[in-house]
Design a binder for this molecule. Structure first.
Ligand SMILES: [Zn+2]
Length: 120
């Protein structure tokens, strides 16, 4: 079990966050074995966004702010695609270059092989 990392999680009004008896009631951060947002760190998209709102700038400065564009070159712009066809042009697997628009046919085995790529 772990706690949601949302800094405002305890402020949302739901039954499962409430603890304590009359005169002693509190709302507390959700605790769960599985959470589905932000790599399992947040109980909801709202909590994920709250974290981003409060900590994004500091986290980015800490891990390295992007100050120049990251570039995709022709060498690593190949993406697998599946083309639906009809008639003589049946369905086919291709690998497509996002920058040059070049297409090359793939076998189904190559398409399904997650290690197969033309990216260099
Ligand atoms: Zn939460």
């Amino acid at each position: 079990m772990k706690y949601c990392q949302g800094p405002q999680c305890h402020t949302y009004d739901t039954k499962d966050r409430k603890r304590g008896t009359k005169g002693n009631k509190v709302n507390q951060t959700r605790r769960r074995s599985n959470m589905y947002y932000g790599k399992g760190n947040f109980c909801s998209m709202q909590c994920y966004n709250d974290w981003a709102e409060e900590f994004s700038d500091r986290a980015i400065d800490y891990f390295g702010r992007i100050t120049q564009p990251i570039v995709l070159t022709e060498d690593n712009a190949w993406r697998k695609r599946y083309r639906w066809g009809y008639g003589d042009e049946g369905d086919r697997h291709i690998i497509y270059n996002m920058l040059t628009s070049e297409e090359r046919p793939l076998t189904e085995a190559q398409y399904n092989d997650s290690n197969y790529t033309l990216n260099t």
